[in-house]
Design a protein around this ligand. Structure first.
Ligand code: SF4
Ligand code: SF4
Length: 203
């Protein structure tokens, strides 16, 4: 297994050798993918008639006193989780809702856990890369890294040029924001942010 094998299209191809066409659902190749949490939620709903009102959330990073996996109710404030996990630690620099590759930074702890929250990262300065990004040097590493065969660099260039609405031609809506392209980019370009912006413009 290698990242982003948790992405259902890549997982289906690795396990069954079936390729889900662009824009299609896994059911089109006869497959349904459910993660462990969803399977358990279905079990609890059917067997115990329990609605989905809680989540296992991974709380991690040097910026939190007691990193742990917690079962929390949907709607719980991040601030309350922080207090339960022994509080914020000196040097906290960034709070990320989600994993290190696909999560997004938040500036307010009074936001709730939702049904899609799987992790909250409390990162100190030495755990994040704060170097500014530079121009694309056209190395092509992002293209090699993209599991969907996209050209993230082109999307980024178009967005920077104010042409985000023209990025549909690069398959921007096939991007599932795994973050692999941004991770490998030597110019530290915020490709996932560019792509999110492009999706809004190209709608
Ligand atoms: S985030 Fe980057 S690597 Fe991942 S699917 Fe989108 S364009 Fe490809
Ligand atoms: S990896 Fe970064 S620098 Fe290289 S082509 Fe892609 S966007 Fe440009």
């Amino acid at each position: 297994m290698k990242y982003p094998q948790g992405s259902e299209k890549q997982l289906i191809q690795a396990v069954t050798s079936r390729k889900v066409p662009a824009g299609a659902l896994p059911a089109s190749v006869g497959v349904v993918v459910q993660n462990v949490g969803t399977a358990r939620a279905v079990h609890d709903a059917v067997v115990y008639r329990k609605p989905l009102y809680d989540k296992i959330v991974t709380v991690a990073g040097k910026g939190i006193g007691n990193p742990s996996n917690l079962r929390v109710k949907v709607g719980t404030r991040v601030r309350d989780i922080v207090n339960y996990a022994c509080g914020l630690q000196p040097g906290l620099s960034k709070v990320i809702m989600g994993g290190p590759m696909m999560g997004f930074a938040v500036s307010n702890l009074d936001i709730p856990v939702t049904k899609t929250t799987s992790a909250i990262l409390f990162l100190t300065a030495d755990e994040i890369d704060t170097r500014p990004h530079s121009q694309c040097i056209r190395c092509g590493w992002c293209i090699d890294a993209c599991p969907m065969g996209l050209e993230p660099k082109e999307i980024g260039v178009y967005v920077e040029a104010g042409k985000g609405e023209e990025t549909r031609q690069f398959g921007v809506f096939d991007c599932f924001e795994c973050g692999s392209c941004a991770f490998v980019c030597p110019a530290k370009r915020p490709l996932v942010q560019f792509i999110r912006l492009a999706k809004m413009k190209a709608k």
